[in-house]
Each structure stands twice: as structure tokens, then as C-alpha cells.
Design a protein around this ligand. Structure first.
Ligand code: NAD
Length: 382
């Protein structure tokens, strides 16, 4: 009996140990719609938690929990880097996006989000779409990333691509002493919503770009675009993009592309792109540094979309979004300079910059002030 009690105690604390860095984890269960979801709030020092909702057929509770804890922590850093007044959170719905979605399920999810009273804002992520959240928003105001017709900011790839171009400009300043995009060579992986816009920006500036994509339509479209600019384009086989000689590799397809295999192939001076989680793990940041390749931390470079989502809650203003997105240039330069003087990797320097921003705010929050305005809510559904 005693052994059984001890085991159950240990298990209980195991869960708290797992969430030791997090403020709150909410398990949401609605048998009538089949909703099983986990909401994790990592840190709200900078403001209410903000983070998308992922839907995936996880194999176990542990897998879903680990994912939501990891992703919500990442959002704390991303919000701090983007200097928006939000903290880090994330939600996961356990289920197959192809077969398990229903309007009722997303309304039930919206009710759980609402029950947090504004401590957590959410919207689309892998496996969920804007349409799903049109159902969820009937139950709560705390939804963002909606279509423009519903008060949202619309296509977030526009500010994301603008942010990548600012990241490239900052990198060129570091490498060549000026911000010019033109006159350099870039190897771009992925010409989707973000990559295509980045490629167009580079072509318009007169750059030479090497591109690859598994979708031939995108390759055709960029060749047509190049013909109207002073830049030039060359299509590369997808497996050759890592060894392409260029000034900057611009990953805009998927994560984990900086690993032992690709680092051995890179012939670039820097890596700046939109893809999430580019470093397969932390050791690869160190390996890039040792090879003399400058790495612009992905979560700063690709934060334009987050800046738009955060702005939406003040009442969307696209000019303000682009003005804030411009700060990505300063943040990337700050990180490069800190890393250069401290000997840290750029990823380590970026994390430190974020932790300092949070620590500074937490000092200021140590005494009571009137509630901040605006109240992070623009929709009145009554
Ligand atoms: P997307 O799906 O529109 O584009 C991805 C492109 O990569 C597609 O054109 C696809 O055909 C191509 N691709 C897939 N596999 C490939 C391969 N093996 N080789 C070459 N090309 C390949 O996605 P997106 O919205 O442009 O986002 C690109 C990346 O940026 C993703 O990692 C995403 O998570 C990240 N990101 C996007 C945003 C945003 O606002 N859209 C914001 C932050 C981060």
C-alpha cells in the first residue's frame, strides 16, 4: 500500500516537474465533441500568452504534452524578440485534422480558451485553418490570425517575408558593410507563401538567386518574375541547394535543415530564412560558428507574422505592422554584435537578449500599476 502511494505521488510530481518552467497547463476534455486538447502557458511577464493551436494525431499524452510545453516556451522567446506585449503559450488538439474536425469541436475549444479569461490568445498553426477559428471565435474574443473580413490581419506571409528581407539586410551589413540586397547571390529553398515574396524582393533589388522547390509551378512563376527585373534566377535540384555556392542560404521550406549533413555541404557566408526550428539541435549552432557561417536566429527573422497577429489585437494597421517589422533589422544586428564580442553563438546571444527583456520587465512589474491599455480585445460579440 505504502509503495503504491509513493508511486502515485512520484507520478503526480513528475507532471509538475515537466512543467516546472511553465505557469499553467490546462487539459481540456469535451466527450460530446471528442475534443481533447492541452493549453500550455509558459510565461506571461510581458503580457497575455499568445500562440497558435496545432492539431495532430499524437501517439500518446506524453508526446502531446512535450510538444505543447516546448512550443509554448518557444513563443515566450519569440514574443520577447519581437518586442510585442505578449507572453508565450500554445495549444494542441489531439486528433487527425483530416477526419476529426467539426464546427462543434472548435466551439468547445473556444469555450476552454474563453475560460482562461484572456490569459491565452490563439489561432491557426499546423493542422488548423482560419475557418476552424471562425467557429471558435463564436465562443471567445481571444482568437487572432483571422481573415480580414473577421477583423483579422489577413495573410501573415507579407510581414514575414518583409522581416526576412530586413534580416538579410542586417546580415549584409555585417558581411559587406552595407545593407544592399542587390549584387549578391542567394540560395533559396522553398518558394511558397514566404519564400516567393522574399525571392521577388531580392530579384527586384538586382540580386542573383538560385532556387529550388518541389512544386514546378513555383519555379515557373519565379522565372517569369525574374524576366521583369534586373535580377536573375537559376533553378537548382532540391538536393543540390545545400552545396550551392552563394553568399546567403535562405531556408523557407521546413525545419531541421541545419544539421551535420548539411553543414558539411554549405558553401555560404550566412544563413537567413523563414523556416521554423532550422537548427536540428543546439550543437549545430556551434558547428556553424566554428565553420565561420553567420546564422540569423530563425525566431527573430521570421517574427513578422507574429508582429501582425499581435497588432491585430489593437485593431489591425498594416503600416504599423511593417514599421515594427523593420526592427528585425536592429535585433539581428544586436545579436550579431553581442555574439561577436562575447564569443557566444548567435542563437545563445538571441536567447540571452530575450531573457534580459523578460527580466527587465519583471522588475518593473514588481509594483502595482493601473491595467495596461489596450485590453487586448477588439471584438465585441454581444
Ligand atoms: P508554404 O507551405 O507556403 O511554402 C513552403 C514551400 O516549400 C512550398 O512551396 C513547398 O513546395 C516547398 N518545399 C517543400 N519541401 C521542399 C523541399 N524538399 N525542397 C524545396 N522546397 C520544398 O509555407 P510558408 O508559409 O511559405 O512558410 C515557409 C516556412 O516559414 C515554414 O517553415 C513556416 O513554418 C515558416 N514560417 C512561416 C510564416 C508565415 O507567415 N507563413 C511565419 C513564420 C514562419
Amino acid at each position: 500500500m505504502k509503495v503504491a502511494e509513493e508511486t502515485s505521488m512520484t507520478k503526480e510530481f513528475e507532471l509538475f516537474d515537466k512543467m516546472s518552467e511553465h505557469e499553467q497547463v490546462v487539459f481540456c476534455n469535451d466527450p460530446s465533441t471528442g475534443l481533447r486538447a492541452i493549453i500550455a502557458i509558459h510565461n506571461t511577464t510581458l503580457g497575455p500568452a499568445l500562440g497558435g493551436c496545432r492539431m495532430q494525431p499524437y501517439n500518446s499524452m506524453d508526446e502531446a504534452l512535450e510538444d505543447v510545453l516546448r512550443l509554448s516556451k518557444g513563443m515566450t522567446y519569440k514574443c520577447a524578440a519581437a518586442d510585442v506585449d505578449f507572453g508565450g503559450g500554445k495549444a494542441v488538439i489531439i486528433g487527425d485534422p483530416k477526419t476529426d474536425k467539426s464546427p462543434e469541436l472548435f466551439r468547445a475549444f473556444g469555450q476552454f480558451v474563453n475560460s482562461l479569461g484572456g490569459r491565452f490568445y490563439t489561432g491557426t498553426d499546423m493542422g488548423t485553418s482560419m475557418d476552424d477559428f471562425i467557429h471558435a471565435m463564436k465562443e471567445t474574443n481571444f482568437i487572432n490570425g483571422l481573415p480580414e473580413a473577421y477583423g483579422g490581419g489577413g495573410d501573415s506571409s507579407i510581414p514575414t517575408a518583409a522581416g526576412v528581407l530586413y534580416g538579410i539586410k542586417a546580415t549584409n551589413r555585417m558581411l559587406f558593410g552595407n545593407d544592399e540586397l542587390g549584387g549578391h547571390k542567394y540560395a533559396i529553398q522553398g518558394l511558397g507563401k514566404v519564400g516567393f515574396k522574399v525571392a521577388c524582393g531580392l530579384l527586384e533589388a538586382g540580386a542573383h538567386i538560385y532556387v529550388t522547390d518541389i512544386n514546378p509551378d513555383n519555379l515557373l512563376a519565379i522565372e517569369e518574375k525574374a524576366a521583369t527585373t534586373t535580377g536573375s534566377v537559376m533553378v537548382i535540384a532540391k538536393e543540390d541547394i545545400y552545396s550551392q555556392e552563394a553568399d546567403i542560404f535562405v531556408p523557407c521550406a521546413f525545419g531541421g535543415i541545419i544539421n551535420e549533413n548539411t553543414i558539411a555541404q554549405f558553401k555560404v557566408k550566412a544563413i537567413v530564412g523563414a523556416a521554423n526550428n532550422q537548427l536540428l539541435n543546439d550543437t549545430h549552432g556551434k558547428m556553424l560558428q566554428e565553420k565561420g557561417i553567420l546564422y540569423a536566429p530563425d525566431y527573430i527573422v521570421n517574427s513578422g507574422g507574429l508582429i501582425q497577429v499581435a497588432d491585430e489585437l489593437y485593431g489591425i494597421n498594416h503600416e504599423r505592422v511593417l514599421a515594427k517589422t523593420k526592427h528585425i533589422y536592429d535585433s539581428i544586428l544586436e545579436v550579431y554584435q553581442e555574439a561577436k564580442s562575447s564569443g557566444r553563438t548567435t542563437e545563445e546571444s538571441a536567447n540571452q537578449m530575450c531573457e534580459k527583456r523578460i527580466a527587465d520587465r519583471s522588475k518593473r512589474n514588481s509594483f502595482y500599476t493601473a491595467p495596461a491599455k489596450p485590453k487586448w480585445s477588439i471584438r465585441n460579440l454581444s
